[in-house]
Design a protein around this ligand. Structure first.
Ligand code: NA7
Length: 551
């Protein structure tokens, strides 16, 4: 028996384990992968890189750790992040409490004992008063709806399940589906190696150049000397707060409050400056970019003009210009040489909206008007985001109520951390928290610390159970929706909204208010004796008005 069971050994699970240990609590971690790393364990595709800058995408909890680790580039590659997280696991001796290659299949709350019973696919069964889901926001790959895919006789490579051994595309004709962040990162790298690369694009996406480069040792030295200050800025970051290190510290205000009525030269000047600085920080250039459609359109026009300027063939450039959604409402992509890649003679773009796929055949892709012969297929077709990993498990709370049932109309949480009928069950960076709209490591540390503080409070007060009050969940969920609806985000048809999964309720899942506002909300809750949470010294009883039996 442990004090807590943690599901997942990525950034969230590892830090949760470290915090619990520091409090003298025992925990067992179950991880489906063969090692630590979470998303960085699985996503080994060519070009995989974080779109948040290295010096920001790292833990802040240990001064020694952040001083000793040396990053090489402005943006870290997947192998480098994996080495970093492996180093963290070793440095804090975390592996001994982790069981790898075990996927948690079910978690059931035993009301009489006030214990979570967790079962894995390998037959492990453990019990603990607390269960903490550190299962990641993008960890359930989506199988694309491509008829005949199983008949393809060449290699099929899924970016999010990429083989551990090297894959060679030299001399081969490769096709790729998916032009989200993953496709956009891998296309230039695969194009460098493959004889031919055909990109099958369903939706054109906005991408900003990363302007990646090796880190200057002098910059790193100065940055590290002021790490606490930088971390403080990151913790109060902007809602799109990816990677904006030096900028966050210097000028936290957008360069222009609106682009709607600004002179064209002014928009060009500001957008060019942000474009050449590189990265997702581009999205913070204009104050009302995510709330004013006219303003958004002018910035989108700037990016479309850049695409037309980079891509030589006018028809290809036009097909690459996104027109289906306001910029930023699908996650902004950050690339190295993405648009330039279409100037290569070995790269071809197929616009699936004009040339739909009829079927995948053994030797290639049959379109309505042609056949594309292929040796290999790469699928960069996304994830069942945010709720996928939680709902894939059979989670049952009070009265046997299933999480699937509680979330049948979309996820509802209090602070993204708890669901009323599921006492003592926490979700790290769950729906309703800033999560994917923020630097994940910053959000993970904040959530984990908040959960650890709650457990400390419970121990001090002799409480055995905690649950979110239904009215607190309702109010928080309404706020999450209200904030999202005041922005352009819901217009994006994105995975933020569940729009990439057939039948998934269309609910905007992350909290758009930013990590600063969210942190303040959590601090206010804690200061008011954990307002909205109900603590009990005895096992909880089913009392929620919504507490129906499992469906
Ligand atoms: P995304 O952003 O969900 O992108 C998936 C892409 O795959 C997107 O372009 C989809 O087009 C495309 N897709 C999905 N199914 C199909 C089919 N059947 N045919 C053609 N194209 C298809 O996932 P990523 O892995 O790129 O990025 C996810 C996040 O991971 C990223 O934001 C980072 O945070 C890390 P669609 O737009 O649906 O038309």
């Amino acid at each position: 028996m442990f004090d807590a069971i943690i599901v997942g050994a990525g950034f969230a699970g590892l830090y949760m384990l470290h915090r619990l240990r520091g409090m003298g609590l025992t925990a067992r971690v179950y991880e489906a992968g063969g090692d630590v790393g979470g998303t960085w364990y699985w996503n080994r595709y060519p070009g995989a890189r974080c779109d948040v800058e290295s010096l920001a995408y790292s833990y802040s909890f240990s001064e020694e750790l952040q001083q000793e680790w040396e990053w090489t580039d402005r943006y870290p590659t997947q192998p480098e992040i994996l080495r970093y997280i492996g180093h963290v696991a070793d440095r804090f001796d975390l592996r001994r409490d982790i069981r790898f290659e075990r996927r948690v299949e079910s978690a059931r709350f035993d009301e009489a004992e006030c214990l979570w019973q967790v079962r894995t696919d390998q037959g492990d069964q453990v019990r603990a008063p607390f269960c903490i889901m550190a299962t990641g926001c993008l960890s359930v790959p989506l199988e694309p709806d491509l008829p005949g895919l199983a008949d393809f006789t060449g290699g099929i490579y899924r970016t999010n399940l990429w083989p551990h051994e090297a894959v060679h595309f030299g001399g081969r004709r490769v096709g790729i589906f998916g032009t989200g962040s993953t496709g956009i990162q891998s296309i230039p790298v695969i194009a460098d190696e493959a004889a031919q690369l055909t990109v099958f694009q369903r939706t054109a996406n906005f991408s900003i150049p990363a302007m990646n480069a090796p880190l200057d040792p002098e910059f790193v030295r100065e940055f590290k000397a002021r790490y606490p200050e930088h971390r403080a800025h990151q913790r109060l970051g902007l809602s799109m707060g990816s990677g904006d290190l030096e900028v966050v510290a210097r000028d936290r205000k957008p360069a222009l409050s609106t682009a709607e009525s600004a002179p064209q030269e002014e928009i060009d000047r500001v957008c060019k400056a942000y474009w050449s600085r590189g990265g997702a920080h581009f999205m913070t250039s204009i104050g009302d970019l995510m709330s004013n459609e006219a303003s958004n359109r002018r910035v989108a026009d700037f990016v479309r003009a850049r695409i037309r300027a980079i891509v030589n063939d006018p028809a290809t450039a036009e097909a690459l210009c996104p027109t289906t959604h306001p910029i930023g409402t699908k996650r902004i992509c950050v690339d190295t040489n993405y648009y330039d890649t279409y100037n290569r003679s070995n790269v071809h773009l197929i616009d699936l909206r004009k040339h739909p796929v009829k079927a995948i055949e053994p030797g290639g892709v049959r379109l309505a008007d042609r056949f594309v012969e292929l040796d290999d297929l790469v699928l960069a077709t996304g994830f069942d985001a945010m709720t996928g990993a939680l709902l894939r498990m059979d989670i049952r709370g009070l009265g046997g109520r299933r999480l699937k049932q509680a979330w049948r109309e979309g996820p509802r949480t209090y602070l993204g951390l708890m669901v009323p009928d599921f006492p003592n069950l926490f979700t790290v960076t769950g729906p309703g928290s800033p999560s994917v709209l923020s630097n994940m490591v910053v959000s993970i540390e904040q959530n984990v610390n908040f959960i650890a503080d709650i457990l400390g409070h419970m121990r001090e007060q002799g409480y055995r159970s905690i649950r979110a009050k239904p009215e607190a969940e309702a109010a928080w969920t309404a706020q999450v929706n209200r904030l999202a609806n005041a922005t352009l985000y819901p217009k994006g048809g994105s995975w933020y909204l569940g729009a990439n999964v057939e039948g998934k309720p269309r609910v905007f899942m992350p909290y758009v208010g930013g990590v600063g506002a969210y942190r303040k909300a959590c601090e206010a809750v804690a200061a008011e004796n954990y307002r909205g949470f109900d603590f009990q010294r005895s096992p909880p009883a089913l009392s929620s008005p919504s507490g129906t039996q499992g469906a």
